[in-house]
Design a protein around this ligand. Sequence first.
Ligand code: SAH
Length: 436
Amino acid sequence: MKIEIVKTGINGEGIGYYNNKPVFVPHVLSGEIADVEIVEQNKGYSIGKAKKIIQSSSKRVQPKCKVQKSCGACPLMIADYEKQCEMKTEILKQSLIKYAHVDPKLIQPILKSEKIFGYRNQCKLPFGMEDRELVTGMYIPNSNYFNGIEHCIIHEEGIERVRKQLLAILNQFKFKAYDFHQKKGLRSLVIRAMQDNYQITLVGGEHEIPQACIEAIMQIEGVVSLWQSVLTQKKSVDIFGNKMILLAGSKTLDFKFKGFEMQLSPRSFFQLNTKQAEKLYDVIASMVPANTNLLVEAYSGIGGISLTLHDKAKEIIGIESIKDAVVNANMIAEKNKLDHVKFVCDDAAYKLEYYAKKRQIDVLVVDPPRSGLDEMMLSTILKSKIKNIIYVSCNPATLGKNLAVLSERYQVKKIQPVDMFPQTQHVESVCLLVRK
Ligand code: SAH
């Protein structure tokens, strides 16, 4: 059937209507008309497959990546960057209106990314076998089907160089992809890049990695830190196992960020687009009111936000649940002589409740994972007397739902979207809330 695509869905797919029911059609842009075959019927919606684009958008471009469609990580690569930014803004708007009735006029123009390819400072990929060779790739979304990927154009170029050199070495030493029965082999690869230095973590079974192999890997230009992580449990939400072994080089990946000496352990989170992270943090800083005494940052990672805000508050406390990240953050604060900035390892909601009872918190910055703020966090905030909240979100859906709850006590003043992930449907946004 012929369907006109009228908007963009949260996963970057096109949405059109048939018999007043929405039809979600991947790989089609709003403004286009497509010949669509319905592949799945559900109660309130259907899923379609575009057999042909009948009328194509002037914003459509040929994707630069050969496996764009099968990989699924970059659904917006079929549009020019201008259109991608429009789509992201639309996704954010729809969600905030739908869940929290936010006035769309509060949404500022999206801050674009200078680099639209080669911006990702980390790769996290499963290993698999292809023609008896160990490769890295992706599982086709919602399936067990593994696709080897030769080259990824959103990774920083250096990551791709290191990844290819590393695979050649691992194949030379006859490494295989993980075997669940034998609990042997390699499961996933994590490479992090910071200013031409690289940290590699090989996640897999509990086997010894030969010294000659370790030495060969350390010969790859720029590799400064090599870890092995043992993960033998079949299902795991965490990409790393509990056992982390430093094979060679330094424990942390050290780098300079906004003039600070930073350090990262494999388990610690850091923003994936280093250049845009600077912009994101500047946006947050611009929202902190003058004369702030106590600022609490929940979900603080290695403390990038708190460090950037060091001159905006008399005292800053970061709360983070990953111990390694807290160790990194406190070390960074100490190295940079910021005595009034400290980090504690705890559940954000639990520790915030404790501080909110004891002290007056002027500003709370939250930067939660995609799942958003949990119930305890929301109720702690509502019960507290926190004056201002800066909510940094990477998921418009959970942001919308959380704002709906917080609107009981807080008013949205401003929302600034920032594009951290060109070619993908993801949109980061910073939202300023003030207590009513
Ligand atoms: N603000 C940081 C990190 C944001 S990512 C930055 O800009 O780099 C979200 C962080 O929340 C991760 O470091 C994750 O480990 C942490 N986290 C997830 N759930 C948490 C919880 N319940 N309590 C505290 N921290 C949590």
